[in-house]
Design a protein around this ligand. Structure first.
Ligand code: SF4
Length: 257
């Protein structure tokens, strides 16, 4: 590698490592609905991320596109027929308070709100785009995130009727985008917060050791920040799993014990 390329890569890697999202320690709405209870426990326990070998370039692309979309929709307000002094049709990147976990307020930045809809943007590769189109569903984690933002708007006194996820292709033409929506349902958000609260109560009792006691769920383990290959000390990282056993039953049993 040339010195110049090494220098430029260093600049980018420093920026990614020091971006606010990379440094964020508190759990956010995007993580609350994660299928793996153990991963949520590591996060709530404040465990250090150990799977740091790879520079998160794809998320950096997503962050850059989000910033461009924010500018683009904010500027588009001036062209809307219902533009007025209250801010226009599109509200972009508004921080909303979705609820509490272990007494801590959970906030997140909602990508876009129209008068009736709350939307989250995902910049995705081909496999994800193919899957969501085939299943006509964004997956439970993204669905929960959408309803949490809906709850944030509701708590702000500005309820929405519909929540959604807009999948924008990272490697295809724009018109391949896929928009998924469904009516806002506060119960989805409340149930997700209750699950996280149950995990938080175990973390409060057992610290990071609670993570090791919780079931694993295969969910892109190689990309999990707490993945450590062949780990036998679960307080230091999780070895991941190829195939889930029955995480829901295991989790219920743990809570009952
Ligand atoms: S590596 Fe996989 S099983 Fe382990 S905490 Fe992360 S997502 Fe869960």
């Amino acid at each position: 590698m040339s010195d110049l390329q090494a220098e430029m890569l260093g600049v980018i890697e420093h920026a990614i490592a020091n971006a606010p999202r990379s440094l964020q320690k508190a759990i956010g709405p995007s993580e609350i609905g994660h299928p793996c209870a153990r991963r949520i426990a590591y996060k709530l326990a404040g465990a250090p991320e150990v799977n740091t070998g790879r520079v998160p370039w794809k998320p950096a692309i997503g962050t850059a596109v989000h910033a461009w979309l924010d500018e683009t929709f904010t500027a588009a307000n001036a062209r809307q027929p219902d533009f007025d002094t209250t801010g226009g049709r599109y509200l972009c990147e508004v921080r909303v308070d979705v609820g509490e976990i272990a007494g801590q307020t959970i906030t997140g930045s909602c990508d876009l709100r129209t008068p009736e809809e709350s939307l989250d943007f995902k910049i995705v590769g081909d496999p994800t785009l193919r899957r969501v189109k085939k299943e006509q569903h964004p997956g439970q984690q993204y669905r929960i995130q959408g309803h949490l933002y809906g709850r944030g708007w509701q708590r702000m006194g500005r309820p929405v009727k519909t929540i959604g996820v807009w999948f924008l292709p990272r490697n295809q033409e724009l018109r391949q985008a896929y928009l998924w929506t469904e009516p806002y349902d506060e119960q989805v958000a409340i149930e997700a917060l209750a699950r996280a609260e149950s995990i938080a109560s175990l973390v409060q009792r057992f610290g990071v050791a609670a993570a090791g006691a919780l079931p694993m769920t295969e969910a892109y383990c190689s990309g999990c920040p707490f993945f450590r290959a062949n780990s036998t000390d679960l307080t230091q990282g999780c070895p991941g799993v190829i195939k889930a056993k029955d995480p829901a039953a295991e989790f219920a049993g743990l809570l009952a014990s």
